[in-house]
Ligand binder design. Structure first.
Ligand SMILES: [Zn+2]
Length: 237
């Protein structure tokens, strides 16, 4: 029997009119939601049993443990939602100003997919409904690959500037400075986010382990609570 089955049979066997965590955080995933329900139920049960004198004070620890765990989980899922929302936003940050290679307009363009080039950079694939052709835009569609793209262009431009005439050199220097300026704005934002995102991945794994442990400890607690209650019932009968 898994935890939820135990939970449902436990619930049916007892009162049917309890309410647990009435407002569920929308950031919980299904597994977390199930555990939050389970934990809320255990807490209420232990309060009820204690009020009825059917559970010893030593079980009060369950309530504190549930509260602490839920608080920790709540913080985690809220932070996760924030970082993922930020990632989603960053993912859409690069706006192509794509043009059809045939009619040189963007009027009838529609994104039909994405494509990776040999460097692994992802770009949008378009369809021009006027010319009835498809083409892949020559720039990445996301800031992660855009950074690498700009770095490569900068390298090419610097090489060109060194070998060019005086006029070419001065033009290149201006272009390089402007591009470098864009890069200097974009890169710290992406780097900072990437650090948060990597840390989140590590915490997700840790949370996965904690959820599992916590569920097990609730199950053990249930057995203890049942034993206690049965013993008290026997004493009173
Ligand atoms: Zn066209």
């Amino acid at each position: 029997m898994d935890a939820l089955q135990i939970f449902y049979s436990f619930r049916e066997a007892r009162n049917k009119d309890f309410l647990f965590l009435d407002v569920m955080n929308k950031n919980f995933n299904q597994k977390e939601r199930d555990l939050v329900k389970l934990a809320g139920f255990f807490k209420k049960e232990s309060i009820r049993l204690m009020n009825e004198g059917k559970l010893g004070e030593e079980h009060k620890g369950v309530q504190d443990a549930v509260d602490r765990f839920l608080e920790h989980l709540e913080n985690h899922v809220n932070t996760r939602a924030f970082i993922l929302e930020q990632r989603d936003y960053l993912n859409k940050l690069v706006k192509d100003n794509a043009q059809c290679p045939k009619c040189h307009t963007s009027d009838k363009l529609k994104v039909v997919g994405t494509e990776k080039n040999d460097k692994g950079w992802k770009s949008n694939r378009y369809r021009c409904r006027k010319c009835n052709i498809e083409f892949t835009w020559n720039m990445p569609n996301n800031p992660w690959h855009m950074i690498e793209y700009i770095q490569q262009i900068l390298g090419d431009m610097q090489a060109k500037a060194e070998n060019g005439s005086a006029e070419e050199k001065s033009q290149s220097i201006q272009a390089i400075a402007s591009m470098q300026g864009n890069l200097d704005k974009l890169k710290p934002v992406i780097d900072a986010h990437e650090k948060d995102y990597q840390a989140l991945q590590a915490r997700e794994q840790e949370m996965e382990r904690l959820l599992h442990e916590f569920k097990n400890s609730l199950m053990i607690e249930k057995i203890k609570m049942d034993t206690w209650e049965n013993r008290q019932n026997q004493k009173h009968n």
